[in-house]
Design a binder for this molecule. Sequence first.
Ligand code: 5GP
Length: 142
Amino acid sequence: MTSPAYDPNNIFAKILKGEIPSYRIYEDEHTVAFMDVMPQAPGHTLVLPKSASRNLLDADPTVLPHLITTVQKVAVAIQEAFEADGVYIAQFNEPAAGQTVFHLHFHIIPRHEGIALKPHSGKMEDGAVLAENAKKIIEALS
Ligand code: 5GP
C-alpha cells in the first residue's frame, strides 16, 4: 500500500511558515522544535525537519542525520530541564500507527518513574504553562 501525497497545508507546515503560532524552543538550518499543545507530560516537545515529508517513510534520507541530531540535542536538554528519569521518543507513520499530523515529527517526552503518560492528542494545555516549559528547555539548551 502506498501513502497519500504530502499536504502542504497540514498544521505543522503552517507552523513552519509562521502562519500559526507555536512555542518554539529550537531552530537550525534543517530542523525546528516546538512544544506539543496537547502534551502527554510536561515538556512534551516535537522535532521536525523543515523539508516536506509526510512521515519517515517518504523522507529525504539526507535530512535524517540532521533530524536525529536535533532529537538527541533536545532530548538531553529535556532530561535536564525536567530532571527526568528517562526520555520517551516516538514517531508514528500513517493513521494505523497513530499518526494524526502528516509532516514528519518525533515526539520527545520526559518520563518519571511511576507517572503514567496522559493520552495522545488529549487535552489542550494552557499557553502560560507551555511558555514556562519552553523556557526551561531553552535554558537547558543554552
Ligand atoms: P502524531 O499523532 O501525528 O504523531 O502527533 C501529532 C501531535 O501534534 C499530537 O501530539 C498533538 O497533540 C500535536 N498537535 C496537534 N495540533 C497541534 C498544533 O496546532 N500545534 C502543536 N504545537 N501541536 C499540535
